[in-house]
Every structure is written in C-alpha cells, then in structure tokens.
Design a protein around this ligand. Sequence first.
Ligand code: 5GP
Ligand code: MN
Length: 337
Amino acid sequence: MTDGPSADQWAAAVAAVRSTGPDDEIQLICHVNPDGDALGSMLGFGLGLRRLGFTRVRATFPGDFEVPTPYQRLPGVDLLVPEPDAFAGPRLVLVFDVASESRLGALAGRLAAAPASVVLDHHASNTGFGGVRLVDPHAAATSVVAEGLLSRLGVPLDAEIAECLYVALATDTGSFKFDMTTVSVHELAARLIATGLRPGEISRRTFDSKPFGAMKLTGEVIGRAVLEPAAAGGRGMVWTYATLADLERHGQPPYVLDTLIDPVRSVAEADVSVVVKQTAAGEWSVSLRSKGAVDVSGVAVSQGGGGHRLAAGFTGYGEPADVVDTVRRLLDSYLIR
Ligand code: 5GP
Ligand code: MN
C-alpha cells in the first residue's frame, strides 16, 4: 500500500482551489450509485466551498438520479443536480470516492477536459487518474481526505459540514466497527460531534430505518443464501443473489440492496461473502467481503472492478451461478494466508 498524499500534493490541491475565481464553475462528482461516503464527502466539501465564497458549485454523479432516502436530508443536498445538469465546461472538477474512471461514466470526459482537477479517494485499487491526486489508502473514508483539504483551506467545521462528513465516516467504518477505525478516526468523529451533532438520531435515520417492503425483500434474499464451506481454501463462502423482479415484487429501488451484504457477511462459517445484484438482463453488480483470508479487491480488479482488500465489487455477467463460479475459482488465487 502506498502512503497518503505528499505535502506537495496537498499544496497543489489548495492552489487548485485558491486559483479558482469566486464566480468560476466548480463541478463536484462522486461515483455511480453513491453511498454515504461518496455523497457525504462530496456535499460536505461542497458546503465548505460555499463558506469560502464560491457561488457556482454543483454536485452530481453518473447515471440515474436516485438518491437513497437516508441521504435525501443531508445538508448541502441542494447542491446536487442530475448528470445532464452538470456544468458542461467547469473551471475546476473535484472527484470523490472514485476508484477508477469507469465509475464516473460519461462524466469522465468532464474531468479530462477541466483546466484543473483534484481527486479525493481512499481506495487501494485507485487507478491513478485525474490532475492533483489526494489518494490515501490508509484513510477510513474519503471524508477523512475531504476534511484534510477543508482544514488546509481554512474552512472551520460547522454542524452542516460535520453531519455530511460524519455520515460518510460512519458509513465506511460500518458505524466504527471495521479495522480502519483508528484513534484518528475517533478523534475526527469527536471533532465532528463537537459541532453539535446527534449521533443517535443520525444513525437511526441513516442505517436503522427502512420500508417494510425492503425488510421483506431482504428476508427473501437471505432465505436463498447458499453456504459453501469448502470454498476459499476451506475458509468458506456464503452467497446470495437478488433480481430486478425481486425488487419489483416488493416495490423497492435498487439501492435497498446495498446494505444486504451486512447480514450475509455475519455468517460465522464463511470468511467470504458475496451478494450478486441484478442491474440489467444478464448483468450483475457483485459485492465481495472477506474477514481476512482473501484479498477480494484482487478478485474484483481481475474482473474490471475495484475496492479495498476486504471489501470490493465488480460487474458480472450471465446467471448468478456463473458469476459465483467465477468468484469461487478466483478466491484461491487471492488467499492472504
Ligand atoms: P459495495 O460492495 O459496498 O458496493 O462496494 C465495496 C467496495 O468496492 C467499495 O469501496 C466500492 O467503491 C468498490 N466497488 C464496488 N463495485 C465496484 C466496481 O464495479 N468497480 C470498482 N472500481 N469498485 C467497486
Ligand atoms: Mn468510500
């Protein structure tokens, strides 16, 4: 794993923002199907730009303009525009939580054409695109990097910025449960909470609230999970899948499946967990998790995806069983120990 941003990279990022005029167009972009870290780090930073006096700031992400319900009340959500309303030729582009250009869809062109750009990310698999690169694979969330840049720009944390960054941090640490939950993560969380946040209320709204139909859908999909004790060199794999028909039957949007990996990966008999989620005919978004036996980012990258060592994803094709066959075959090549 490489180190975080160098002093020169931080200075270049500060210069990129400071050399932008107050009325220049600034476009923020996060990854397709945005999660709490993508939206929280992007909107928190966008609010910071507003505090600095920038008047023309827009935030967007590629694809369907579907903001998961829990994030629709994030401060700064008014910065969000659908992809077609993004600035056509912004002076400055900032990219959040994006491991590879493919996760930017058609917006990758906006990044390439911008006179100045900054990439804020924390994926070990980051492919190295964009102008100034603030990529810290040791950061628990992209919001850690965003806060680092805000503080270097002299933007004080207020409750609105803090709520965005807190939701991002809580999302990517699994509510402060994952290995990345270091002393500095808790120190940042403390500074964020000190602005007046109410963590209980934010957690309830963000993680512990879902429609009845989403619960029924989750129950059905968990009910068809398969345990394969011999997979991953005997460390075990558990997998399940969900189709577009499942979503339709329960009247749910695709993003309700994003957290389905959490109950699946709690299975004690399996190191590796896999959720295969249909996105189109014969096309599946695959979530991979490991408890330490497998570098699932290696598996994902080999299939054109990416992520972190113990949490990664890619796009698979065919039937769910075909996708799982591919994963099962690759697991043995990426055993860590
Ligand atoms: P999730 O399973 O929660 O969707 O994603 C887990 C991790 O893998 C996240 O860090 C996410 O950014 C990354 N990831 C998921 N799917 C893809 C993909 O198709 N391409 C890339 N590059 N990364 C992915
Ligand atoms: Mn992230």
